[in-house]
Design a protein around this ligand. Structure first.
Ligand SMILES: Cc1cc2nc3c(=O)[nH]c(=O)nc-3n(C[C@H](O)[C@H](O)[C@H](O)COP(=O)(O)OP(=O)(O)OC[C@H]3O[C@@H](n4cnc5c(N)ncnc54)[C@H](O)[C@@H]3O)c2cc1C
Length: 434
């Protein structure tokens, strides 16, 4: 039986940053259901927020709260904003490069931000950050990285987590013991037919939380991104970052008219697009890049430009068809400010967790930051924990032969997640009607 000090489930920004922030004497395992770079963190385009200076604090706080419909946990928002400069320092220390001019950061803007406070690396900020974190993790002798390894269950008793059960690519299951388990499994886009997320990121940890009575929060708070490239083919939807609208692109209806303020919060813009599509009887609206200078399109958005062109729409020449799609999960496994779940020795970080930063709706470019801030807090809390509960009976706590039919287990988890979202939606609608 394998044994680690810390098991981290997920190799996105949250999982990797947690691993790198733990002391080097900890023996750490990081697993990923897919390839190590098969995570949404690699797909992030727009950027990552940073508090520029004290003068921007109140505005940044207010923008985050307003986007979240004031349902955010105030303490979490304060922690995130106050930690942002340290986190960017850490990232630069790991080799991450952000756009600079004369040695100074260049800041861009996205919807619902009242100031330019977003750092970026072309339109592949997530790839820049996550590939550097992965490279650093691969260099560390105390971190073992295991791809194509799926967590199928937790090994727990009396509300204490002692490890996980994993399945490899051949479906062989093993129990792995850990003093602490950190869930960094991303969102739940895989349960939606149209999503910007990888298909395998499908809320598995949420299903396990339901199964083992770990507290969840706001499972119906699912963000729909207003602008993904319209396509009638199945598969992951390609995102057209909000920073394209932040830099001036406008939305147009069938008649070529502008129909909404493009820089309102995402939920508001998505609603306006759906209403326009219904009115026009169309399957998409149009995004007009022409207000953005040609050089800006080519230099700031080279990948978005290339992808649109590949689909037959040259943003320098023509409008691009766009449609909203599932994008982000604001709810998740309830955690406190140190990313602890309601089960002992079990933490959750990144999109899987709900620390309340985003409230009802996430402000653009806050999620990479939130993932990093609270992953580091989890690491510090683990490092400062003097002793962990252990069990002499680990092998008898779970029967690893009970997971042979992996596809139906996963299908069952998906159904549980979808059911929970629907249940919460119905309950909230009833409450709001009263
Ligand atoms: C297209 C796109 C663009 C975005 N742009 C931005 C942006 O500009 N700025 C911003 O702040 N945010 C952006 N986001 C959101 C942001 O990228 C994510 O919220 C963030 O990266 C989540 O990181 P994470 O580490 O929590 O999860 P992920 O990066 O999604 O990683 C999840 C990991 O968990 C693993 N996993 C899942 N289930 C299991 C299981 N059962 N067993 C084992 N492993 C499992 C996966 O394989 C993966 O390794 C964007 C998201 C998308 C999809």
């Amino acid at each position: 039986m394998e044994k680690y000090d810390v098991i981290i489930v997920g190799s996105g920004v949250a999982g990797l940053f947690c691993a790198l922030s733990l002391p080097r004497e900890k023996n750490i395992l990081v697993i990923s259901k897919d390839a190590l770079d098969g995570c949404d963190s690699f797909l992030a385009q727009g950027g990552i927020c940073m508090l520029r200076d004290e003068d921007d604090y109140d505005a940044y706080f207010e923008d985050t709260m307003r986007a979240g419909h004031y349902e955010n946990r105030v303490e979490s928002v304060e922690i995130m904003i106050r930690s942002s400069q340290d986190i960017i320092n850490d990232l630069e220390g790991y080799g991450v490069e952000f756009e600079k001019k004369n040695g100074e950061f260049v800041f861009t803007k996205e919807g619902a931000h009242s100031n330019n406070r977003i750092l970026f690396h072309e339109d592949v900020t997530g790839r820049e950050i996550t590939s550097k974190l992965l490279a650093r993790a691969q260099e560390r002798e105390n971190i073992t990285l295991m791809a194509h390894t799926t967590m199928v269950d937790w090994v727990c008793k009396d509300n204490v987590c002692y490890g996980i059960v994993v399945a490899d690519m051949d479906g062989k299951t093993t129990a792995i013991q850990g003093d602490v388990t950190v869930l960094a499994c991303g969102g739940l886009g895989g349960v939606y037919p149209h999503s910007t997320n990888y298909r395998h990121i499908s809320g598995d940890a949420l299903a396990l939380a339901m199964y083992h009575n770990v507290r969840l929060e706001n499972c119906d708070y699912v963000q729909i991104h207003p602008t993904t490239l319209y396509s009638n083919q199945s598969g992951r939807s390609f995102l057209i970052s909000e920073s394209v609208r932040g830099e001036g692109a406008v939305l147009r209806n069938k008649a070529g008219e502008r129909f909404t303020d493009e820089l309102q919060p995402r939920d508001v813009v998505s609603k306006a697009i759906f209403a326009q599509m219904e009115k026009d009887g169309t399957e998409h609206v149009w995004l007009d890049f022409s207000p953005i200078p040609r050089e800006e399109i080519l230099n700031h958005f080279p990948n978005i430009y290339a992808r649109c062109k590949q689909a037959g729409y040259d943003p320098l020449e023509t409008w691009v068809p766009v449609v909203p799609a599932q994008h982000y999960f604001m709810g998740g496994i309830y955690v406190d400010k140190d990313s602890k779940t309601t089960m002992e020795q079990l933490y959750a970080v990144g999109e899987t967790s709900c620390n309340g930063v985003h409230g009802r709706n996430r402000l653009a470019s806050n999620s990479l930051l939130e993932s990093l801030v609270f992953a580091k807090r989890a690491a510090h809390d683990i490092a400062n924990t003097k002793c962990f509960k252990t069990t002499d009976d680990f092998d008898n706590l779970v029967n690893v032969d009970g997971y042979e039919d992996l596809p139906s287990i996963m299908e069952n988890y998906h159904a549980m997640v979808v059911g929970e979202i629907k249940k919460e939606e119905t309950l909230r609608a009833k409450k709001e009607a009263i």
